[in-house]
Write a protein that binds this ligand. Structure first.
Ligand code: BG6
Length: 491
């Protein structure tokens, strides 16, 4: 779609930046905080990059006022952060820990005093460890009950202070990595278990959305989804069909439930036949139907390219570590990786990648916004977008990060085009405000506008330094994004 002139960003557009409790706070057991599953998992040798953990992180807990002052200086309109459930309820349920909760009182108060809209994520992966031990975490509906109660306490506490709430951060990611690929806690590798746990999180999500509207009808609440649109490798209809399958498997499976209250029918049919569909109890669909969000949060980093599945595409199957004539291997493939019947990932020859191999695809961001909006017709809040890179602190304490500026500029430009196309976007939170702990990649993969002087081995000074991108984004916000235009020769 060509536009001779781009629309301006709406007035009140929420320019922001984001973080998550475990990645920034540190103060792992301060003021009565209980342990989370990440506190335990990150201590198991070999689970994280060079055994890094969030015990100290970037010490946001103790430097919160300094960090908010930097946000103010930057002109942030919103700051997205998560609450560590185990600070509020050290055992996940029971008595509220007032001492721990007061940290969020202070943060929210400081944000409001500086004219910054707090945007609160209720769950960014740090499940209280006690719930994992007692109930088996998200495999139990009791954990969903505890989550609803925790959400109730927090949403009542911050009435009249917080308007925007995120239920779950990237349910697709913490479910897949935690229950299917074993790379996050609880370290399980079983597709069916993931499906069951995922259904329970869906119920928790819907219950909390409903509850938020009961507590305060002016609340705006939704999940943040890790969205990656699927491209067909080329115009071979078989690849096109594979891309449809990939979208259903990677995106619609979650988003349809959030918005429509049901799973996409064709995929559900396939999983039922394979014995892999979640157990749906009587009444579950009623719960799901009552949890329609006000917006969809989108975390966008990149999409993916797919081709025809290995079972039908003989050329592909021959080259893979997979033997079609071996019934046991076939069965294992089907039960643990049903998507191999539907599509196969492929490399996209048109895209460059980051140092960590993530595709850089700003147009894909416009595609993502268009697809999500076309299918669900809900406003979109971009809750994460950014680039992980190795930054260098110069002797004069400057940090030159033109690659980050270019990444953000091209993505914001594509978002502006999507808005001009007709997509309703409420705000944009870059990931991240300060540097922080990358769950599995330690501290050297940096995302922030603010450099934090620490590395994987040592906490060093933990001093904050503004990167070049800090000043650039400050100007973007001051102009409400409207100086982000196409450069000559860019299309
Ligand atoms: C998102 C998460 O998946 O991606 C963030 O919500 C995370 O918590 C971000 O940090 C970047 O991922 P990574 O692996 O580079 O830290």
């Amino acid at each position: 779609m060509y536009h001779a002139k781009l629309d301006t960003f709406p007035a009140g557009f929420l320019w922001g930046a984001a973080s998550a409790a475990y990645q920034v706070e540190g103060a792992a057991d301060a003021d009565g905080k209980g342990k989370s599953v990440w506190d335990e998992f990150s201590k198991v040798p070999g689970k994280t990059f060079e055994n890094t953990n969030g015990d100290v992180a970037v010490d946001h807990y103790h430097r919160v006022l300094e960090d908010v002052a930097l946000m103010k200086e930057m002109g942030l309109k919103t700051y997205r952060f998560s609450i560590a459930w185990a600070r509020v309820f050290p055992s996940g349920e029971g008595e509220v820990n007032e001492d721990g909760s007061r940290f969020y009182d202070r943060l929210i108060h400081a944000l409001l005093a500086n004219g910054i809209e707090p945007m609160v994520t209720l769950y960014h992966w740090d499940l209280p460890l006690a719930l994992e031990k007692k109930y088996g975490g998200w495999r139990s509906r009791k954990t969903a009950d505890a989550f609803v109660e925790y959400a109730r306490v927090v949403m009542e506490r911050y009435r009249h202070q917080v308007k925007y709430w995120i239920t779950f951060n990237e349910q697709n990611v913490f479910m897949s990595l935690g229950y299917r690929f074993g790379a996050h806690p609880p370290g399980i590798r079983d597709f069916k278990t993931m499906m069951e746990a995922n259904h329970i999180v869906n119920l928790a999500n819907a219950r909390v959305v409903k509850l938020a509207h009961e507590i305060d009808p002016s609340y705006r609440i939704g999940p943040s989804f890790g969205y990656g649109p699927s491209y067909s490798y080329d115009c071979d209809p078989n690849h096109v069909l594979a891309a449809m399958n990939a979208d259903a498997f990677n995106n619609d499976w979650w988003l349809d439930v959030y918005v429509k209250g049901r799973y996409p029918k064709a995929l559900l049919y396939q999983l039922e036949k394979a014995g892999l569909a979640p157990t749906i109890r009587e009444g579950d669909y009623d719960i799901l139907a009552q949890g329609r969000p006000d917006f969809l949060g989108m975390n966008y980093y990149h999409g993916g390219t797919v081709q025809w599945n290995r079972y039908e595409n003989q050329t592909l199957a021959d080259g893979k570590d997979f033997n079609k004539t071996d019934p046991y291997q076939m069965q294992a493939q089907w039960s643990q990786a049903p998507e191999t019947r539907m599509f196969e990932t492929a490399k996209n020859p048109h895209l460059k990648t980051t140092a960590w191999g993530w595709e850089i695809d700003p147009v894909g961001f416009r595609v993502a916004l268009r697809k999500m909006y076309d299918r669900y017709e809900l406003p979109i809040l971009v809750t994460e977008n950014g680039i992980g890179a190795i930054d260098k602190l110069e002797a004069d304490h400057t940090i030159k990060d033109p690659y980050r500026i270019e990444y953000l500029r091209t993505h914001i430009l594509e978002m502006r085009k999507a808005i001009t196309d007709g997509v309703e976007v409420l705000g944009y939170c870059a990931w991240s405000f300060t540097d922080l702990l990358s769950w599995l990649n330690g501290y050297k993969k940096r995302y922030g506008f603010v450099y934090v002087d620490r590395d994987d081995k040592s906490e060093r000074t933990l001093n904050r330094y503004k990167k070049d991108s800090f000043f650039w984004y400050r100007d973007v916000i001051a102009q409400n994004g409207n100086a982000i235009e196409e450069k000559e020769g860019e299309q």
